[in-house]
Design a binder for this molecule. Structure first.
Ligand code: G
Ligand code: G
Ligand code: MN
Ligand code: NA
Length: 250
């Protein structure tokens, strides 16, 4: 089991690392960004998934310093990539509610030199469940600087549609559960079609997550999604590998 002390030690010894997964634009099948996904390199247990430690970091409040590190590192990594490539960073509700959040983001941009237009923040619907006014204010402030805001795991929470009216999201990321049966003419495809249509009418980019097969890609393409992400293109890879890959393609 993971203890608060272990997480503190990991932060102090810089045991976290960021991996990146490509975001693919469907028009020309071009990579136009990467999502940062944190991992913990444990001396005995190897690479530990964020699904294991993020909930504990949230409960203990350690998500604030960890989130600061993630934002700073992601902006630094992205600043070294070609200028048309963006970085998307997951932000947890606890982190977003913290009074220093906006400041942290602006400092990460300033110290890395990354343009705000190259940073996308991914938040989940749960973020908007309570304390909504101050959170909306923070999101508006950040968005005015040019940062883009994406709603992650779209369709898994509830009230999604009312949130789309209350806040001008730049992107919705359609949860991977919908693509699972999208190639079998089942409900998934109908839901993706409806969400892509909704995004189009609101001027919001739609990305479908969790693409693993060519059949799923073809189905999602047919529904008119603009962007995709998934193991078919690449699993999340260490920052150094991304940098090498991008350098090779310049
Ligand atoms: O990469 P992976 O499938 O293991 O991620 C598991 C979960 O952890 C996902 O829900 C993902 O959004 C979350 N996660 C990954 N990286 C981060 C991060 O940097 N910050 C936060 N808050 N969540 C993350
Ligand atoms: O919650 P969020 O969407 O931020 O988390 C993305 C998670 O989904 C990461 O843990 C990432 O490793 C995982 N992921 C990315 N692509 C695929 C995929 O094609 N299939 C599956 N099963 N998981 C994926
Ligand atoms: Mn995400
Ligand atoms: Na997601």
């Amino acid at each position: 089991i993971i203890l608060e002390r272990d997480l503190r030690d990991a932060l102090a010894t810089k045991a976290f690392e960021l991996h990146y997964q490509p975001l693919v634009e469907l028009g020309g099948d071009q990579v136009n960004g990467f999502e940062a996904l944190v991992r913990w390199r444990h001396p005995e247990q190897g690479l530990i998934s964020p699904a294991t430690f993020i909930p504990i970091a949230e409960e203990t409040g350690l998500i604030v310093p960890l989130g600061d590190w993630i934002l700073d590192q992601a902006c630094r990594d992205a600043a070294s990539w070609p200028s048309h490539i963006s970085v998307a960073v997951n932000v947890s509700a606890v982190q977003l509610r913290h009074r220093t959040f906006a400041q942290t983001v602006l400092v990460a941009l300033a110290s890395s030199g990354l343009k705000p237009e190259r940073l996308e923040l991914e938040i989940t619907e749960s973020v908007l469940l309570d304390d909504t006014e101050s959170i909306l204010e923070t999101l508006h402030l950040l968005r005015r600087t040019g940062i883009r805001i994406a709603m992650d795991d779209f369709g898994t929470g509830y009230s999604s549609l009312s949130y789309l009216r209350r806040f001008p999201f730049d992107k919705i990321k359609i949860d991977q559960s919908f693509v699972r049966n999208a190639d079998s003419a089942a409900d998934g495809a109908a839901i993706i079609r409806a969400l892509v249509g909704l995004g189009a009418s609101l001027g919001i980019t739609t990305l479908v997550e969790g693409i693993e097969t060519e059949a799923q890609l073809a189905a999602v393409r047919a529904e008119g999604a603009q962007q995709v992400q998934g193991f078919l293109f690449s699993a999340p890879k260490p920052a150094a590998e991304i940098a090498r890959m991008l350098a090779g393609h310049e």
